[in-house]
Design a protein around this ligand. Structure first.
Ligand SMILES: Cc1ncc(C[n+]2csc(CCOP(=O)(O)OP(=O)(O)O)c2C)c(N)n1
Length: 589
């Protein structure tokens, strides 16, 4: 038997590959990103980043309709974007298996909100599988493809950060099954969802759901572990691991399928235990379903018993909430100094914010590395809601009358612009907005770990491809004032911003310079001449991690960190920052 250590994401990718998925499409988003990156490197598959999750699911729907098993990946908020096709795909069903892998982020380690993707099950009427470890992540993904074809429905595999990013033992002995595409048979009653057909497919969906509800009653993906019958816990996903650690003697109903629920099996389990408790993260999803079945679990989701309603659980939290002794494992790493997120040294976004700060702009922001511009010392971003929101929100601020004292500008990254900013820009052009939209084009999707995107000229599988011509795109939707500037040229960046906020029509500034981490060669670092430095603090206000102040208030530059971008040289009014000797050798031996 051959076993290996795989993260939950890697195991999901392996499961999709073993299941014969030949097409993989997704949009990056922590904690899901690695699943498609790993899948893309597997033999015999085609994989691509889509500009957003809706397109990813639509491409997958086409592949499935055309007979190829298709695998889609996204983070929880991506499901909101993909929800439109998802709901109707439940009606149409699939051609070949269609599996959507979605990774939630309880505790918001790297997300703007917490969402519980199990809710998409009853909402969109699609099955949701919830693996609890890497081995199950592989097994359940395989099973999801089988279910998808058997019940003619897209299937969601739901993970959370802990599962996606922690490693477990996985057997990798199973081969990949045949990838021969299924035959495509024209069937407008199934695929053309106009009202008459949709009504029929809705009845079909109800029948398919009925069949699935029967199937889950005895599915091996759910498991009952009877131990001490004084306490029975219903749980799913990674919470199962916490429960086993916190309450090793408790009986457990471990749900591997969180929609549809095995109602009869749950009722039978409830009848066998004295206390019935649900342990789950994020929403009280299982608890409310159990309550609707009249099973009446103890209300541990709320005070006073004490499972928190938000954030991640841990064995300790669960043990304490249920009056057990907390296990010896530590709940969190304590004693480490806090490490606030910072823009990297040499980050091109800094120059754009420096210019926007000069004109005291109200900045509607977006999601990406540039969101860090909201924090001190740049402190130049006023909002961050969801991908693409910056553009529409700038227009809305103008409609509310903002902009007379302080100009209004939107800031959005290249990947985010392609994801959902361009539709906002179309709205602004169409409706005659006079806002300023700044596209921070660093040639990559940096925030999520340097994924290629439609602006970067390279595909997920490393094929050179068309790059969006952002200038031409903006002009083509009706923006007449489009200009491009190097954000490391601080004077030019400021001049561009001053001129465009003064214009009485919509304008776009494309701040174009590669992400500092794309630049492999380190430039010669800078140093501060203590004699000339007046401790004025202007360079500090750039928020570069290489610059700090000494006890005398004068600036210091850490040559190990400085990449020689030269932004600080341009803000220093006393010529106190100069080049040092040769670039330091960071290669080591
Ligand atoms: C709907 C949705 N999908 C995915 C994400 C994850 N995500 C956050 S920012 C980002 C892209 C950032 O790239 P870009 O706009 O190019 O900015 P950069 O980080 O390069 O500055 C992604 C994919 C998200 N927050 N929301």
């Amino acid at each position: 038997m051959s076993s290996t250590l795989l993260s939950g994401n890697e195991a999901v990718a392996r499961g999709a590959w073993e299941a014969g998925a030949s097409v993989g499409i997704g949009y990056p988003g922590t904690p899901s990103t690695q699943a498609l990156e790993v899948f893309a490197r597997m033999e015999g598959v085609y994989a691509e980043w889509a500009p957003n999750e809706k397109v990813a699911l639509e491409v997958a729907a086409g592949a499935s309709m055309g007979g190829a098993r298709a695998f889609v990946t996204m983070k929880h908020v991506g499901m909101n974007v993909a929800a439109d096709p998802l709901f109707t795909l439940a009606y149409t069903g699939v051609g070949a298996g269609l599996v959507v892998f979605v990774a939630d982020d309880p505790g918001m380690h790297s997300s703007q909100n917490e969402q519980d993707s199990r809710n998409w099950g009853p909402f969109a009427r699609v099955p949701v599988l919830e693996p609890a470890d890497s081995s199950e992540a592989r097994e359940f993904t395989r099973a999801a493809f089988e279910m998808s074809e058997h019940f003619d429905i897209p299937v969601i595999v739901r993970s959370t950060t802990r599962l996606s990013h922690s490693k477990g033992v996985v057997e990798v002995t199973r081969d990949r099954i045949s990838t021969e595409p299924r035959e495509y048979l024209k069937d407008i009653g199934k695929w053309v969802m106009m009202p008459a057909m949709a009504r029929a497919r809705r009845r079909s969906l109800d029948e398919r759901l009925r069949q699935m509800s029967e199937f889950v009653e005895d599915s091996q993906l759910n498991r009952i572990e009877m131990r001490d019958s004084t306490l029975g816990i219903v749980t799913s996903g990674v919470c199962y691991q916490y429960v086993r650690e916190a309450l090793p003697d408790a009986s457990v109903f471990k749900l591997g399928i969180s929609f549809p629920l095995p109602e009869e099996a749950l009722a039978a389990f409830a009848a066998q235990v004295d206390r019935l408790v649900v342990v789950e993260e994020a929403d009280a999803y299982l608890a409310s379903h159990l309550r609707s079945l009249g099973l009446d679990p103890e209300p541990v989701g709320l005070q006073p018993v004490g499972l928190p309603a938000a954030g991640e659980l841990s064995p300790g939290i669960i043990a304490r909430a249920l009056g057990a002794e907390a296990p010896a494992t530590r709940d969190s790493v304590s004693g480490l100094p806090p490490r606030p997120p910072l823009m990297c040294p040499g980050c091109p976004h800094r120059g754009a914010y420096n210019a926007l700060r000069k004109v005291k702009a109200i900045v509607t922001g977006d999601i990406g590395c540039y969101t860090l511009g909201a924090l001190a010392p740049l402190a130049s971003m006023d909002s961050c809601v969801c991908m693409g929101a910056s553009v529409g929100m700038a227009h809305g601020m103008r409609l509310a009358g903002q902009g007379s004292d302080r100009p209004v500008a939107a800031v959005i990254g290249d990947s985010t612009f392609a994801h959902s900013g361009v539709t906002g820009l179309i709205d602004l052009a169409y409706n005659g907005s006079d806002a300023l939209v700044c596209i921070l084009d660093n040639r990559i999707t940096a925030m999520t770990g340097h994924q290629q995107n439609p602006v970067s000229g390279m595909t997920l599988q490393g094929r050179p491809t068309t790059e969006i011509d952002l200038e031409a795109l903006c002009r083509s939707v009706g923006v007449r004032r489009v200009r491009t500037v190097d954000p490391h040229d601080l004077a030019a960046a400021e001049q561009a911003v001053r001129e465009e906020v003064a214009a009485d029509e919509l304008s776009v500034i494309i701040f174009r310079a590669p992400c500092a981490l794309l630049i492999k060669e380190k430039e010669q670092p800078y140093a501060v001449d203590e004699e000339s430095c007046t401790a004025c603090g202007l360079c500090i206000r750039l928020g570069c991690p290489a610059i700090s102040t000494g006890e005398d208030g004068k600036a210091r530059i850490d040559a190990m960190i400085c990449v020689g971008c030269g932004d600080c040289v341009q803000v220093c009014r006393f010529s106190a920052i100069e080049l040092t000797g040769p670039a330091c050798d960071i290669g080591g031996v």
